[in-house]
Design a protein around this ligand. Structure first.
Ligand code: AMP
Ligand code: FE
Ligand code: FE
Ligand code: ZN
Length: 293
């Protein structure tokens, strides 16, 4: 058993089951190579990668099964704001969960098709039908998939450049989606035996963020934790979130938000305290923690 201070836990990672570039099996192998003790698989709107990750789990590596949900919330200033919720250890067969994932996956395909069609109409060398046709039906379509197509077509040099210049939320190619209310996603996850953590809540570079009061409201509505240590959080954002976690008795997590080569961040770049993972597990009654043997 390693000493507690050397236990390394990364609770937010994507695979090819959504918009990452490592297969679930490659993801857990990479986590083992990176010296991680626990890893969460948190693909957008799907649990499709869970089984492969579990089957390939290297000895001793613990797997936290989860998903990342795109939601909408009041922003605390009279408007609305997109937020991401990490849902962990919920029952993947719960009816509401299955229905919500199916709804968002279908909508994601329509949305990406519209974005690609708008770009093609402006002369960009992308074909919406080919893009969606090449993407397996159960993979939630995301802007990184369109970004990759733009890289392949030589329009941009990297996924990052595609986001910076063409795919960001303020560009007219961007299509918003119909999102579930954060409080409803919190309820749904809890009813399925899972726990929820607000992902990258104060990542200002990504766009508008919610106020501190809204995070308090979410805590009152059953939110279990906040992702504090995230690559998109500056020191001030981390300090403010840590203080909020303290005030509202929220679990504090740290994670890389690894997407393979779709992002530059490495696995384990940010980590979670083992005591926080233990608390998260103790609150869950849906899917248990798996340990590789
Ligand atoms: P979507 O789910 O279609 O709205 O796309 C959002 C996804 O794109 C998220 O998973 C982000 O991690 C990813 N993303 C956002 N900005 C960037 C960026 N600059 N470079 C690479 N991926 C990004
Ligand atoms: Fe993503
Ligand atoms: Fe996210
Ligand atoms: Zn993510």
């Amino acid at each position: 058993m390693r000493k507690t201070d050397t236990v390394r836990i990364d609770l937010h990672c994507h695979s090819t089951a959504s918009d990452g570039t490592d297969t679930p099996a490659e993801l857990v192998a990479a986590a083992h190579r990176a010296g991680l003790d626990a890893l969460a698989i948190t693909d957008h709107d799907t649990t499709a990668g869970w089984a492969e990750a579990a089957a390939a789990l290297p000895p001793g590596l613990r797997l936290v099964r989860g998903a990342e949900l795109t939601c909408v919330s009041p922003d605390g200033r009279g408007g609305w704001c997109t937020i991401h919720l990490l849902a962990y250890l919920f029952d993947p067969q719960a009816e509401a969960v299955v229905a919500e994932h199916a709804r968002t996956r279908a909508e994601r395909r329509t949305r990406l098709h519209t974005m690609a069609t708008r770009m093609a109409a402006d002369g960009y060398p992308v074909d919406a039908d080919t893009l969606l046709g090449d993407l397996p039906a159960d993979v939630p379509a995301g802007r990184p998939h369109l970004a990759q197509a733009l890289v392949r077509a030589g329009v941009v040099e990297s996924v990052d450049q595609a986001f910076a210049e063409l795919l960001h939320g303020r560009n007219h190619y961007h299509v918003p989606s119909h999102k579930t209310l954060a409080v409803d996603a919190i309820d749904m996850t809890k009813a399925a035996g899972g726990v929820t953590v607000l992902a990258h809540g104060f990542a200002h570079r990504r766009g508008p963020t919610v106020s501190a009061e809204v995070i308090g409201d979410m805590a009152a509505a059953g939110l279990d934790g906040v992702e504090v240590d995230h690559p998109d959080h500056d020191p001030e954002a981390r300090a403010r979130l840590r203080a909020l976690a303290d005030r509202h008795d929220l679990i504090v997590t740290g994670s890389s938000d690894y997407h393979g080569t779709n992002k530059t961040v490495r696995l384990g770049a940010e980590t979670t305290d083992p005591a926080m993972l233990a608390e998260l597990v103790s609150r869950a009654s849906g899917a248990g923690l798996l340990v590789g043997s």
